[in-house]
Design a protein around this ligand. Structure first.
Ligand SMILES: Cc1ncc(COP(=O)(O)O)c(C=O)c1O
Length: 445
């Protein structure tokens, strides 16, 4: 049995544990001064099952752009998800893991010609478009493509509206594009939309599905065999959020518009799978006290410098409009004081939390940021020489025993270290340990 050299280590946990407890244990090993993530595979698995339970008709095609961590992608592949790729490199990565091309949609309506040719060469036939020029390009480079017309239908509010860039008008533009595709001899097989990432309205899915229904009828009239409906992304992902209401809206709209039809329904969730699975740990390595005035009161303000900032994981503040709150790993005691948190680079823009009241923190204090898995890692850079945080993955032993049997998470990829030696019996029965860890190596090439 060949064991591929370690690329990521999945730590198999026993008993009760939390990401904070895992972070504490890692920190207490000593010698760490770089930020790191704890990734919980169980969160991904639970979310996949929850999705299937709430929307059995909708196949999730994970949006790789959200977080292209190989372990996350492999876990979703093992569970049976499909993938939304936006570029040649993303397709290369996903097919490189052994995912069949039929499980991929090239969901970028504006593609480079070389990426279309690559897609064609590896058999990824399904792709989106929203303009006449894209149709001309596809006709030239991949005339056998199975096309999905992307329409615009925006949520009333969204953290990242996407309709400003992609999606043709479902009433004034899409019908013409369907006819044009038919004239070009191209096959349009479906309709897609994206209501906006971090959408704050669930009713929008009903509106969008209704538009799609109308376009299925027009597409059929133009000679297309329409059989794919793609609901895009927009689903919430942070801890405590729920897709229940959105699922009810979607199920009702599917029943009203697509019951009894042979229509395959997919969606492209990104945030939903990635966000809550990753917890970030950063360390305070420097601080500076400066005079400040808050509410007309003179006081000392503490600037804390952390080993990760807006050029690293916290790029999500700039690009994904996130707001983050540090939670000290060890309870901070004392009067809350005026404070701010900064990243490690020499740029004045590198401010993570500009203003917060928190008890004084010592140098070397570790901070925990939950829900850091979406639109963080793939965008992070090592600007100024500060490395992108590594990921420490954990999984429950019970879950791991199932996952390791699921391709591409084959047993070949894991090595279980021998269990820790059993401690001699103490005279008084000690309190139960919160958790005990066994190390497993997982190479995901
Ligand atoms: C085409 C497409 N599909 C899916 C997604 C994922 O969206 P979300 O993370 O909101 O689920 C995006 C995000 O930008 C996207 O552009």
């Amino acid at each position: 049995m060949k064991v591929i050299e370690d690329e990521q280590r999945v730590r198999v946990m026993e008993g009760q544990w939390t990401p904070e407890a895992v972070i504490k244990e890692i920190v207490e090993e000593g010698g760490h001064d770089e930020p790191f993530y704890v990734m919980d595979l169980g969160e991904v698995v639970a979310r996949y099952h929850h999705w299937k339970e709430l929307m059995p008709r909708v196949e999730p095609f994970y949006a790789v752009k959200c977080n292209d961590d190989k372990l996350l992608v492999s876990t979703l592949a093992a569970l049976g998800a499909g993938f939304d790729c936006a570029s040649k490199a993303e397709i290369e990565m996903v097919t490189g893991l052994g995912v069949r091309p039929e499980r991929i949609i090239f969901a970028n309506p504006a593609k480079l010609a070389s990426h279309i040719r690559y897609s064609s060469s590896v058999g990824v036939d399904l792709m989106t478009f929203d303009s006449e020029t894209e149709l001309v390009k596809i006709k030239q480079h991949m005339p056998h493509a199975q096309l999905v017309v992307r329409i615009r239908c925006d949520a009333a509010a969204a953290r990242c509206p996407l309709g400003i860039k992609f999606g043709c008008d479902p009433v004034t533009e899409a019908p013409r594009l369907l006819k044009l595709a038919a004239v070009f001899g191209l096959r349009v097989v479906g309709v897609s939309f994206h209501v906006g990432s971090g959408a704050e309205e669930s009713g929008v899915y009903a509106r969008a599905i209704q538009y799609c229904r109308a376009l299925f009828t027009l597409g059929a009239a133009a000679g297309h065999a329409m059989h794919l409906l793609d609901l895009g992304g927009g689903f919430p992902g942070h801890t405590g959020s729920s897709i229940r209401e959105t699922a009810q809206v979607i199920n009702a709209a599917l029943d009203a518009n697509f019951s009894g039809c042979e229509v395959r329904v997919i969606a492209e969730p990104g945030r939903y799978f990635a966000c809550a699975a990753y917890t970030l740990a950063t360390m305070v390595y420097a601080k500076r006290e400066v005079p400040a005035k808050e509410d007309d009161v003179e006081e000392t303000h503490t600037m804390y410098f952390m080993n990760d900032g807006v050029y690293g994981s916290f790029n999500c503040l700039l690009y994904d409009h996130q707001e983050v709150t540090p939670v000290p790993l060890n309870t901070a005691e004392g009067t809350p004081r005026s404070s701010s948190f900064w990243g490690p680079t020499c740029d004045g823009l590198d401010c993570v939390v500009p203003r917060m009241r928190i008890p004084a923190l010592p140098l070397g204090a570790w901070l925990v940021f939950r829900d850091m898995g979406a639109y963080t890692l793939p965008v992070a850079s090592a600007f100024n020489g500060f490395p992108v945080p590594k990921v420490r993955a954990v999984v429950d032993r019970r879950l791991w025993s199932v996952l390791k049997e699921l391709w591409p998470l084959t047993e070949n990829h894991f090595v279980v270290a021998p269990p820790a030696p059993v401690a001699p019996l103490a005279p008084v029965t000690p309190a139960p340990e919160p958790h005990r860890a066994v190390f497993v190596e997982c190479a995901l090439k």
